[in-house]
Ligand binder design. Structure first.
Ligand SMILES: [Zn+2]
Length: 328
C-alpha cells in the first residue's frame, strides 16, 4: 500500500481528513497517528511527507517518482527526519539533535517534516524537550508522531497534536494483506482469525510450533469423531507434551473453539464465514451428527475448560473432562 487511494480502503476517515487538509493547504503543525501495528501509521506518515514535498501531485496523489518522492521513500530526504527509538527508548539527545538540524533553513525549501516512530518511547526528558519544540510552532514545520499506545504520551504533547485515530484492521483486511504477501488463502484466513494484529498474524506463518499445534488439534477432533478408545492416552502423551504451559494450552483450546464455530457456521448456513476452509468437508461431516445444540454445548465446554486452566486446575484433568464432554 503506497497511495492515498490504497490506504483509504483501510483508513477511510483519516485519509479523507488528511487529503482534505493537504488540498486546502491547511495542514496542522503536529499530528499524532495512533493505531495498532499494521494500521498504516508509517505508510501514512510517508505519504503525508511526500504530499508536502512533491511538486507533481496529481488528483491528490504524490507522484512517487520525482527526486523528492524517491528520497523520502529511501529515507534520504534532507528535510524529512525520522526518529526511531535508540534501543528501547527515544532519548533527549535525539530530540536535541533534531532541533539543531531544524535551526538551519531547509536545504531545498523551507519546509521541514519530522516523524517520530513509537513516540510513546520518549524518555521524560526527551518528551519535555519535544514539548518545547511543539510550543513554538513554525509554519513550515510539520511534526508527525506515531504511536500504538497513546497512554504513554504526555497529555501536554497530545493536546498540541491533531490526533488521527486509526482504526484496527478487521480479520478480512488482515487476511487479504497476508494473501498479497504470498500466504495461501487457507493459512491467511486462519492466521487472521487467530491473531487480531497483522504483525502477530504474519508471524504465525513461520511459526513451526503453531503448525504442529494445528495438526494436534485436528488429530484430537478426528479421534473424537472416530470414537477412538485411545483418546485419553493421546491426551496424556501427545497433547500434554506439546502443550507444556498455560498460554500454549489456551492456544490449542482457541483453535479447537474456532473449529467448532465452523461447525456452527455450517449449521446456520454461513459457510462463507468458515475459518478452516481446507477442512470444510470434515466440518460438514461433523455437523451431520453433531447437532446445533451439541455444538453449542461443546463451545461452552471449551470455554469452561479455558476458565479452569486460568483457575489452575491441573491441565491433564481439564483436558480429560473436556474430551469426555465432547464425546457425549
Ligand atoms: Zn513526487
Amino acid at each position: 500500500m503506497k497511495t492515498w487511494e490504497e490506504i483509504a480502503t483501510v483508513q477511510p476517515i483519516a485519509t479523507k481528513m488528511l487529503t482534505n487538509m493537504i488540498a486546502r493547504d491547511r495542514l496542522a503543525h503536529a499530528y499524532l497517528f495512533q493505531g495498532d501495528k499494521g494500521t498504516g501509521k508509517e505508510v501514512m506518515s510517508t505519504l503525508l511527507a511526500k504530499s508536502i514535498f512533491c511538486q507533481h501531485i496529481a488528483n491528490g496523489e504524490p507522484c512517487h517518482v520525482c527526486k523528492d518522492c524517491v528520497r523520502i521513500t529511501s529515507g534520504n530526504h534532507p528535510d524529512v527526519h525520522k526518529i526511531i527509538p535508540d534501543g528501547s527508548s527515544i532519548k533527549k539527545e535525539q530530540i536535541v539533535h533534531l532541533q539543531k538540524e531544524f535551526t538551519y533553513t531547509g536545504l531545498e525549501s523551507n519546509q521541514k517534516v519530522y516523524i517520530i516512530v513509537d513516540a510513546e518511547k520518549m524518555t521524560t526528558n526527551a518528551a519535555n524537550r519535544l514539548l518545547k519544540f511543539l510550543e513554538e510552532p513554525n509554519r513550515q514545520t510539520t511534526a508527525i508522531l506515531l504511536t500504538e499506545n497513546t497512554q504513554g504520551l504526555l497529555d501536554t504533547i497530545r493536546s498540541r497534536c491533531q490526533i488521527m485515530a486509526l482504526k484496527p484492521l478487521n480479520a478480512q483486511q488482515i487476511e487479504k494483506t497476508l494473501q498479497t504477501e504470498g500466504i495461501a488463502e487457507a493459512n491467511a484466513r486462519l492466521f487472521a482469525a487467530f491473531k487480531p494484529q497483522i504483525e502477530d498474524a504474519r508471524l504465525l506463518h513461520q511459526d513451526e510450533r503453531f503448525a504442529e499445534t494445528r495438526k494436534i488439534v485436528v488429530q484430537l477432533i478426528e479421534m473424537l469423531q472416530a470414537g477412538s478408545n485411545e483418546l485419553l492416552l493421546f491426551i496424556q502423551k501427545q497433547w500434554m507434551s506439546h502443550f507444556s504451559n498455560r498460554d500454549q494450552l489456551h492456544e490449542g483450546l482457541d483453535l479447537l473453539m474456532l473449529w467448532y464455530k465452523d461447525v456452527m457456521y455450517t449449521h446456520i448456513d454461513k459457510e462463507e464465514s468458515i475459518i478452516f476452509i481446507e477442512n470444510q468437508e470434515k466440518i460438514k461431516k461433523i455437523s451431520m451428527h453433531c447437532s446445533k445444540q451439541d455444538t453449542t454445548a461443546i463451545l461452552y465446554a471449551i470455554m469452561e475448560a479455558k476458565k479452569h486452566i486460568e483457575q489452575n486446575v491441573h491441565p491433564t484433568l481439564v483436558m480429560e473432562q473436556l474430551t469426555l464432554q465432547m464425546q457425549r
